[in-house]
Design a protein around this ligand. Structure first.
Ligand code: M6R
Length: 609
């Protein structure tokens, strides 16, 4: 939810920092800024509202020199997205520059005190309080000052700080939000995630809760808030810059849609043993405890919640253990009944979503087992869970999630099959057969991707619609929700997803002559009922776009537009159904001339509640 970069080294800091910010822009893009310490010892700050390109123009006209710098790309929480509220925020004297991700909950009290003590507050941000507190307390040791200030802050934050009088050092601090160190040769980096520095180094170090980093050209020191040195865990990033670049596509989303066969392959990879059964070594919960689980909660937000809904169908079918899927933002506030016999599965691409993280903390406090299903190694949700099952689909940059969702759905199937295997609710041969079927999915997704011509042809028509409805039954229902979310977030068209059987209870009133209704009509036991629902909407003037399985002609006579996906087991149909809906939303956004990768008002990683 804001991208942060810090650099100390031998290169021109502004270039390194801006390159990092470009890679982090998916985290927020309503304003940006950099601060560098120039060779004359001055702190030079540039800030600009709007996307990074606006800041680039400012820097092209006036490029600051210096080999130490910090930068920020913002998703506004406190104060409108304008130049004044952009980061870095500075103190009264211009000696301190601070970039911040998160929310400082006690900022009003802090600012009131600062104003009483004579500080001039010039922005509406919570961050500015930190700059003034550092100004007041700095006595020659910037790390010590930041440690002291952090103790007085409540809320969540990553702070990266530079001070005119501390020429060799950048300080970072974190609570609840991600911060990683990049370890280079004669240069070191701080960033919200590793994409910011993988062009320079693949060696990274995790910064943990309430820790402060002193970043210098020749070394990095990490301490707790009392100044005690701590050992950070070092890891190697196993993908390169190419994975975080567009590879010839106009948008990251287009590239990420095409990467989905590989995403599924990589998520399955190495998890199937020679015996044809599942080996989830990373599931660090004992077999005995897994057998003792009596209920499952899946907590997630947005598209990850939709993956969780698919997980419910699979886990309940294979294990007969009851599964509830909850929006993570609601979970802890209703005091759910969870305990030692409960498995909570937290699904999150970023592993940093604040709502999901708080749900994890609540579940662990109630002694539930928590399994993270995430794409981000070392993320906070992964680290705070009992175990983590990684979806290995590489970096996802587009704000609209695509390959990560497909990988999450695969991970849900793996969890379901693993529980079934371990608890003996499915015969090993049946588990083997399912795993064999899953291994065919990458080719089927690739085949689906070749059939997107009719969807692309529809984009112009959908772009003119006032609203679009998506309907499906069984696992088609979560995919209806996902199709609607994609269209909303990318094309800003009012879109709703419904269980097809539910529309007659109210939503059918939304249908006017010409309203597009996307029908997820894959073959399953409820196909005949779904066909009735299609007829019902058509009778009221809807234009139907039917996505049907090869060989299933039941809904075809009622389709104004028919799109085919390959046949597969009905439980796996989401992995194919999702593709035309992703392509549809992407194409409609393109027709409307919208920014596919960075839709308005959104950020990739939502680290505020
Ligand atoms: O990183 P997470 O999976 O926890 O993110 C959850 C949602 O914010 C995310 O899926 C969001 O809904 C996407 N923009 C959907 O495309």
């Amino acid at each position: 939810m804001c991208g942060i970069v810090g650099y100390v080294g031998e290169q021109q800091a502004v270039e390194v920092v801006m390159d990092g910010l470009r890679r982090l822009e998916y985290r927020g893009y309503d304003s940006a800024g950099v601060a560098t310490r120039d060779p004359d010892g001055r702190l030079v700050v540039h800030r600009k509202a709007g996307k990074l390109v606006n800041l680039e123009k400012v820097l092209d006209a006036d490029t600051p020199a210096g080999t130490l710098g910090i930068g920020h790309t913002r998703w506004a929480t406190h104060g409108a997205p304008n130049d004044r509220n952009a980061h870095p925020q500075v103190d009264c004297s211009g000696a301190v520059a601070v970039v911040h991700n998160g929310t400082i909950e006690n900022f009003e009290a802090l600012l009131a005190g600062l104003e009483e003590r004579g500080h001039a507050i010039t922005s509406e941000t919570d961050t500015e309080a930190v700059a003034h507190l550092i100004e007041e307390r700095y006595a020659g040791d910037l790390a010590e000052t930041v440690r002291g200030v952090c103790k007085d802050l409540t809320g969540s934050f990553v702070l990266v700080v530079t001070h005119r009088d501390a020429p060799d050092v950048v300080i970072g601090a974190r609570r609840n939000l991600p911060l990683v160190v990049g370890l280079g040769e004669g240069e070191n980096f701080l960033a919200s995630d590793v994409t910011a520095f993988i062009a320079h180094t693949r060696t990274a170090r995790v910064v943990d809760q309430d820790q402060v980093v002193e970043l210098r050209r020749d070394g990095v020191t990490i301490t707790d808030l009392d100044g005690n040195a701590v050992d950070g865990e070092t890891f190697t990033v196993d993908w390169d810059t190419a994975a975080a670049e567009k590879g010839g596509y106009r948008f990251f989303m287009e590239k990420e849609i095409q990467e989905q066969p590989l995403a599924v392959r990589d998520t399955l990879g190495g998890r199937l043993g020679a015996d044809g059964l599942l080996h989830l070594d990373e599931l660090a919960i004992s077999d005995e405890d897994v057998r003792g689980i009596e209920q499952v909660f899946i907590v997630a937000c947005g598209s990850s919640y939709h993956s969780g809904l698919v997980g419910k169908y699979a886990i309940e079918r294979w294990t007969r253990v009851p599964v509830q899927v909850e929006m993570a933002s609601e979970f802890r506030y209703r005091d759910p009944v969870v305990g030692r016999n409960t498995l909570v599965i937290a699904v999150s691409q970023s592993g940093e979503t604040a709502d999901t993280l708080e749900a994890v903390r609540h579940a662990r406090a109630q002694k539930a087992w928590v399994l993270a299903v995430t794409n981000t190694v070392g993320s906070t949700i992964a680290r705070e869970s009992d175990a983590a099952l990684y979806t290995r689909c590489g970096p996802e940059v587009a704000v609209a999630s695509t390959k990560a969702v497909i990988a999450q759905i695969v991970a849900m199937y793996l969890v379901g099959l693993y529980l079934a295997q371990l608890r003996g609710t499915r015969d090993p041969d049946e588990v083997r057969a399912h795993l064999h079927d899953l291994q065919q999915i990458p080719d089927l997704i690739a085949e689906t991707l070749t059939r997107m011509g009719p969807i692309r042809a529809l984009a112009g028509e959908i772009a003119e619609a006032k609203r679009v409805l998506f309907i499906g039954r069984h696992v088609g229902y979560p995919m209806a929700l996902e199709g609607a979310l994609k269209l909303k977030e990318l094309a800003y068209i009012s879109a709703e997803g419904f269980p097809a059987g539910e529309i007659k209870h109210g939503p059918i009133a939304l249908i006017e002559p010409g309203t597009p209704v996307v029908v997820l009509a894959t073959r399953h036991a409820l196909s005949a009922k779904l066909v009735n629902n299609v007829q019902e909407v058509r009778a009221r003037g809807a234009r139907t776009i039917v996505i049907a399985t090869d060989g299933d002609d039941s809904a075809a006579p009622y389709a104004d537009h028919l799109v085919r996906v390959p046949d597969t087991k009905s439980l796996y149909a989401p992995l194919l159904l999702i593709v035309p809906m992703q392509v549809l939303a992407c194409e409609v956004a393109k027709v409307l001339g919208l920014d596919v990768d960075q839709p308005r008002n959104l950020a990739k990683s939502v680290t505020v509640e």
